[in-house]
Structures are given as structure tokens and as C-alpha cells.
Design a protein. Structure first.
Length: 453
């Protein structure tokens, strides 16, 4: 009891200091006495304090020892055949307000009749290699144990995922590891295998094999589209390599209007990219970027006018900087929608027409014509008269044919003029109008008898 008190007093200062790793006296064991599992190796239940409760955790994973909830260190397997036993563990002692970590060294003191060749472990732990994707490798890694191991049987541990068994084969007798199918960097970049072996006494030991997949440039770069203008209508985006959109011409009446944000991605390892417009003609578009290595902007570099050109086809070429260089091809069709931005335009600045007097009523005087470069209702033109001479003539609003309302008499009127207005008919925009003057000359006929004064 006195020794326990002295021991606890000795360790009380350590309980409240956890700034560094503390050491405990080595624990010497006779491994021959531990011929099976679950035998008590050391008891920590009252070693750190006789009164205050505490918990014990073993920070170090061990294939030979484990700690039970009562702070007792027990054997996990038979230790009988292990030679030169020298193991370091970390023990965590947890009090209500403090935690301390101790280093424990466990040594075997039974050297007699112990053969060195019974100590088995792998030459490396872990093994780490790099393999290129898209290739099949046979016997790419030789896993070996120390020369002291006389007999070993290798296998992929059951702790491996099912997928590992689909890709890797381990020769159980030679320790050579081979691929069953090629690796794909775009699916998995790093594989971790657990390799298990047993010594002559069926005691298992383990190592890891970490395989880093070396990327090959086997995936072309990809482009995704984002259209920031709400007025842009996407006609077809079911095929990301062929996109068709439409936009009103009034929205692109100036330079530097952003049509699309273009985001580049690549399943291969990070790369730089080149994105260009493939065209032999000058197009009113620019590609700016990259921004942050992978974002580009498609924008106008001139005013767009539907009446000048109503459709643009942009063929985009996207290259990565890998070896070999891989390329993707995209097509963007831009349709310009009509705005009512053109007034009707007459085919003459002023109309001159002659008509002989004594004409029949409803005689065709002339037909005027105004063209509107817009389309649809924006370009449909009708005509109207807009002055007091309308009692002389009348106009067909749809055709622009002007006919007489009266029979002209040169002796009463020799000429007259009037104005005709051409009007377009947009659905939702302001009507545009143009007015032209028509000058009518009456031609005299010899229809009067001479008078003698």
C-alpha cells in the first residue's frame, strides 16, 4: 500500500502537465507466458492515482496488445514465438480536467530458445509507387518480407474495397503484384492496398501499398456555356457542342456586350487552354481571357444590325496544353431578332406625274412604293394622304395606288401637290413614318372653241 501511495505521489505532478510526452519505466515481459490472447500484461488501474477516477486510451494501434475499459493491457494474440520484443506505445490518461500522454516501452526478456528467423515483417511499410493510366502492368511490384521469414503466404487483405480485387492480383507465393485492368486517373487518382501475410505460426502481419496514378492527357477539354443577358433566348442547348441562341438587335447596338461566359474544364490534371474563333472572315466578336486560367468571355467588338446580317455562325476551337495536345470543336449560332429601327423609305424623294384634263373619274394617277428593311409587322407598310387635296384624289392604303376623284379641267387648275405618308405597324414598339410629296401637272387639251370678241 505504501508503494502505491509513493508511486501515485510520484506521478501526481505529471497528471497536470501535458506539454510534452512523458515516459514510464519499461515493461519487461516473458513472452513465453503469453501463449494465447486476452492475457493481462500490465495493470494501469491504480498506477496514476489511487482516488481520482481516470480513463485510459491506447493511442498506438498494435497487433500484439490492446487496452480494456478497466485500464488493463492485454495480449491480442500469442506472444510465445516472438523474439527480441521491443515495442513503443503511447498511453493517454484522461482525468476530468486534464489529459496526459505517456510513452510505454514493452520489452521481451526471454532470449533463450528463441530463433531470430521467427520475426516476420515486410521490407517496407508502406510501399509507394506511380503507374501511368491506360496501361496493363504485370509484376509491377515485388512485395517481400525480411530474410528472417522462412515461409510467407501473401494475400490482399479483406479490408480492401471490392474494387481493389477487380483491378489488382497478388501472387500469393511470390509476392508479385499485377494489374488485371488498366487504371484511370479520371476515376481514381490514388489506390491503397492492404497486404497481409502469415508467419510459420500463423501470426498475421501487414503492409500498405499506395499507388499514385500518373495522368495521361487522354481527355479533351470541355466547354460549358453561360448566357448572362436575360434577353437571350436559347433555341437549342441539348447538344453542348452545338448551341443556337437568338437576341434582339437593340441589345447589341454597341461594343463590348457580353454574349456568353465560357467555362473550360478538363478531367485530366490541371492544364492551360487556348480558345479561339475559327473564321477566315472578320466577325464582330471577340474572346477575352482566360480569367483564372479557365474562364473566357465572348463579347461584341462592333455594333450588330439585323438588316446588315441576321445570323452569325461561330466555330470555336478549344485546345489544352497537354502532350499530345487535345482539341474540342464547338459551334454557336447567333440569330438577331428584329426591332422596329427602320422607317419606311420611298423609292423616290419626290413624285412628278402628268395627267391630261378631262380624265375619267377613278383614273390611276400613279402607284407609290415605300420599303421597310424590318421584317414582319415591323416592315409592313400602309399609306395615307395627309392634306386638303384629298377631294381630288384617293389612295389604296395597302397598294399605294392613287386614283382620281374628279375630272380635271386645265382651265380651272393647272397643277397641284399633296403629301403621302408611309407607316409601319410594329406590335409593341413605336410606329415609324415617312412622308413624300407628289406633284401633279394637268396637261391641256384643245377642248375649247375660240371666241370672237
Amino acid at each position: 500500500m505504501i508503494s502505491i501511495i509513493i508511486f501515485s505521489i510520484f506521478f501526481i505532478p505529471l497528471i497536470y502537465s501535458n506539454n510534452y510526452l512523458h515516459s514510464l519505466p519499461p515493461i519487461f515481459i516473458d513472452s513465453n507466458k503469453y501463449s494465447k490472447s486476452d492475457l493481462i500484461v500490465h495493470d494501469f488501474r491504480y498506477q496514476f492515482h489511487p482516488v481520482y477516477p481516470y480513463r485510459c486510451l491506447l493511442q498506438t494501434e498494435s497487433k500484439y496488445f490492446y487496452l480494456n475499459p478497466s485500464c488493463q493491457l492485454l495480449s491480442r494474440t500469442s506472444l510465445k514465438q516472438i523474439c527480441l520484443f521491443n515495442l513503443t506505445l503511447k498511453l493517454e490518461i484522461i482525468f476530468p480536467k486534464n489529459t496526459t500522454i505517456y510513452e510505454i516501452i514493452i520489452k521481451s526478456n526471454n532470449q533463450t530458445n528463441c530463433q531470430q528467423n521467427q520475426i516476420c515483417q515486410f521490407e517496407k511499410n508502406p510501399y509507394r509507387i506511380k503507374l501511368k493510366e491506360n496501361k496493363i502492368y504485370k509484376n509491377f511490384l515485388h512485395i517481400k518480407t525480411l530474410s528472417s521469414c522462412l515461409s510467407t503466404n501473401y494475400l490482399l487483405s479483406s479490408t480492401n474495397s471490392k474494387k481493389n480485387f477487380e483491378y489488382f492480383f497478388l501472387n500469393s507465393s511470390t509476392g508479385y503484384l499485377s494489374l488485371l485492368q488498366s487504371l484511370d486517373y479520371e476515376s481514381i487518382t490514388t489506390w491503397k492496398l492492404v497486404i497481409q501475410a502469415h508467419d510459420l505460426h500463423h501470426i498475421p502481419f501487414y503492409t500498405y501499398v499506395i499507388i499514385d496514378v500518373d495522368d495521361v492527357n487522354d481527355c479533351p477539354p470541355l466547354l460549358s456555356w453561360n448566357f448572362p443577358l436575360q434577353t437571350i433566348q436559347i433555341i437549342n442547348d441539348t447538344d453542348s457542342f452545338n448551341i443556337e441562341i437568338s437576341i434582339y438587335e437593340s441589345k447589341v447596338e454597341q461594343k463590348n456586350i457580353i454574349i456568353a461566359n465560357l467555362i473550360v474544364s478538363d478531367l485530366d490534371s490541371p492544364s492551360k487552354f487556348d480558345l479561339t474563333i475559327n473564321s477566315s472572315e472578320h466577325l464582330p466578336f471577340n474572346i477575352d481571357g482566360p480569367y483564372g486560367d479557365s474562364t473566357y468571355v465572348l463579347l461584341t467588338n462592333n455594333q450588330l444590325d439585323r438588316e446588315y446580317q441576321d445570323k452569325y455562325i461561330l466555330n470555336l476551337i478549344l485546345n489544352d496544353h497537354g502532350k499530345p495536345i487535345l482539341t474540342s470543336y464547338y459551334k454557336l449560332i447567333i440569330n438577331l431578332l428584329d426591332n422596329n429601327d427602320n422607317s419606311p423609305k420611298f423609292d423616290k424623294d419626290i413624285y412628278y406625274v402628268d395627267i391630261q384634263e378631262n380624265n375619267f373619274i377613278n383614273t390611276t394617277l400613279l402607284q407609290i412604293f415605300a420599303n421597310d428593311s424590318d421584317i414582319g409587322e415591323n416592315g409592313r407598310v400602309t399609306y395615307e394622304l395627309n392634306n386638303e387635296k384629298t377631294n381630288y384624289i384617293w389612295i389604296d392604303k395597302q397598294t399605294g395606288i392613287i386614283r382620281t376623284n374628279i375630272q380635271f379641267d386645265y382651265e380651272e387648275i393647272k397643277n397641284f401637290s399633296f403629301y403621302v405618308t408611309a407607316i409601319d405597324h410594329p406590335n409593341n414598339e413605336q410606329q415609324l413614318k415617312t412622308t413624300v410629296m407628289v406633284f401633279v401637272n394637268i396637261i391641256d387639251q384643245n377642248d375649247n372653241i375660240p371666241k370672237v370678241n
